[in-house]
Design a protein around this ligand. Sequence first.
Ligand code: CUA
Length: 368
Amino acid sequence: MPMTRWLRRSAFLFGGMLALAGCEFTGPQSTLDYAGPVARAQGDLLMWSYWLSWLVMIATFGVLAYVLVRYRRRRDDPDRMPAQFHGSAPLEIGLTIIPVLIVIAVAVPTVRTIFATGTRVTPEADDVVVNVTGYQWWWRFEYPELGVVTSNELHIPAGRRVILNLDSADVLHSFWVPRLAGKRDLIPNQNNQLWLVADEAGEYYGQCAELCLGAHAYMRFRVIAESDAEFDAWVQAFTDVAPQSAQADPQIEQGRQLFATKGCAGCHTIDGYRAGARTGTPDFPNLTNFGMRTMLAAGVVPNTQENLERWLRDPQEIKPGNYMPQLWQADAPNADEEIAAIAAYLLSLGSRPDAQAQAALGGSNGDR
Ligand code: CUA
């Protein structure tokens, strides 16, 4: 009876451990669900070491079990002494050579993988270069050859190599898109490089993987891999930003004016917001084409009118620790109306009907 209880308890404990370990191999942030050659090479190396470890463990425990059973003291012959082999040359040589072979079996593929995925590469014609800057707690993505600056959503063309120059504006961060490549640190004043390829179009989750205080856990991002045509259209949306004028929709127009009068424009850049002059500074998230983003607050919640209003009303509620100020006191008059207007304005930025209408009115400066 106690034996079955013991078995049941063990099964329960083992099952609980599996549940706690979150045995999932295909989640959006699983390193084992490879979506590109860099992640695959690193994953294959991991699995090779993993199965080799199993082999070593099975062999070691197998020998141990064999010795325990074969040479244990016997009731009918308690004084029997097994043959001694102290100083056995074959055994000593074997126990030296086998570990050396194991180390070689791990070291050769490791070094090969490091050189294949981790060495600095020189951009070629087909590559996309992105300067990535980590900030507490968001990401700046600048495409120096394409004239695009954006934040928190990295668009890349599927199947092409993307070279990321990593830098930090403050503390250490770490760039990590588990399904595409291993982590790499962003260190102030040290240009680290990481390259990756997404085999197929899709959305890949990214996460800062170096404790950077405050909202570190909320320092997420998205990599959006798309076809060459979609990527080019996305780039075009940035190079063709029309200078803004009065908007037809009164709520959006109210939001556009509040963007300056409420102080948003002091930090945040919106290309085309003011003809001839930039709003904001590079050290805050660039909101150009903000309406095209899928996520808000560095990948924390979907970018919807409702979430954007929540964010503007109390940024700490959605992302505790962040540096976005709360612009409306709880009892501020017109708060609801103003917040809704700014949210509507920001969501209108990008390839939305309003922007298209503006382009049709002849406001486009895209014919360069
Ligand atoms: Cu940035 Cu953690």
